[in-house]
Design a protein around this ligand. Structure first.
Ligand SMILES: C[S@@+](CC[C@H](N)C(=O)[O-])C[C@H]1O[C@@H](n2cnc3c(N)ncnc32)[C@H](O)[C@@H]1O
Length: 226
């Protein structure tokens, strides 16, 4: 059940930007680091990380703090989200010197961002895939951006078995949130893909060497070397 792709309603962007997703974000970074260390693929100084559907920059900021010498590029199609990202960056300018943002829809990125072709040592996204009405877009853009040997890591929600399960997840993980966030969370769970669906997307995209695993009670991780 698709939800709108871009989160460009200012109220929606603001509710998202003000929410505290720090536990989940920290866990994601931890997991990513473990993979990179085990494969000796820590990004080298001067190399580039691209965070697709970066929203208000929560993951970009953590990546930049972790690797201050690496360039981090956050891409999102919603200017309302990037406005929050830029505002936050301004407040922490000294620690986020190599972080930049670009407003671009994934659907036009391949034509409009020729400079980014094969440029990224690491391509990541969090909570993006379920927004895409054509999920193949994420896999095509990933292939376009990844330098040879790049590591990719995409984390998203996975679709629960039923609306009842979705509500149980919302009550467990997002009980006390503003109503706009609860609405979006439930919509996201209904829009998300299953492990089998993502596996078949990867076969279709010629990326079936990537791993897809279920993580905790609500996530899917897709990762591997291009
Ligand atoms: C749920 S938010 C995730 C934000 C952030 N990655 C995080 O970890 O919290 C999804 C973001 O993807 C963006 N997005 C959705 N579809 C997109 C598309 N086709 N092109 C670019 N950005 C897109 C939305 O605007 C939104 O900011």
């Amino acid at each position: 059940m698709p939800e709108p792709e871009l989160m460009d309603d200012p109220l929606q962007a603001r509710a998202y930007a003000e929410a505290d997703f720090s536990c989940g974000d920290e866990a994601l970074i931890q997991r990513l680091q473990e993979y990179l260390i085990s494969l000796c693929k820590i990004p080298s100084p001067g190399s580039m990380i691209v965070d697709l559907g970066c929203g208000p920059g929560n993951i970009c900021e953590r990546l930049q703090r972790l690797w201050p010498e690496v360039m981090v590029l956050g891409i999102d199609g919603a200017q309302a989200m990037l406005d929050h990202a830029l505002q936050r960056q301004k407040a922490m300018a000294a620690e986020l010197k190599r972080l930049t943002y670009r407003c671009s829809n994934l659907s036009s990125l391949v034509n409009q961002c020729v400079d980014l072709k094969c440029s990224a040592a690491l391509v990541v996204s969090n909570s993006l895939l379920h927004h895409l009405h054509d999920p193949n877009l994420l896999w095509q853009v990933t292939k376009y951006l990844a330098a040879p040997g790049a590591f990719v890591f995409h984390r998203d929600l996975r679709r629960p078995l039923s609306t009842k399960h979705a509500i149980a997840l919302q009550q467990k993980h997002m009980q006390e949130a503003p109503s706009i966030l609860i609405r979006d969370y439930l919509a996201s769970l209904h829009a998300a893909f299953t492990l089998e669906e993502v596996q078949s997307q990867l076969v279709h995209a010629g990326l079936d060497h990537l791993h897809v695993i279920e993580v905790e009670d609500r996530y899917l991780d897709v990762f591997g070397t291009i």
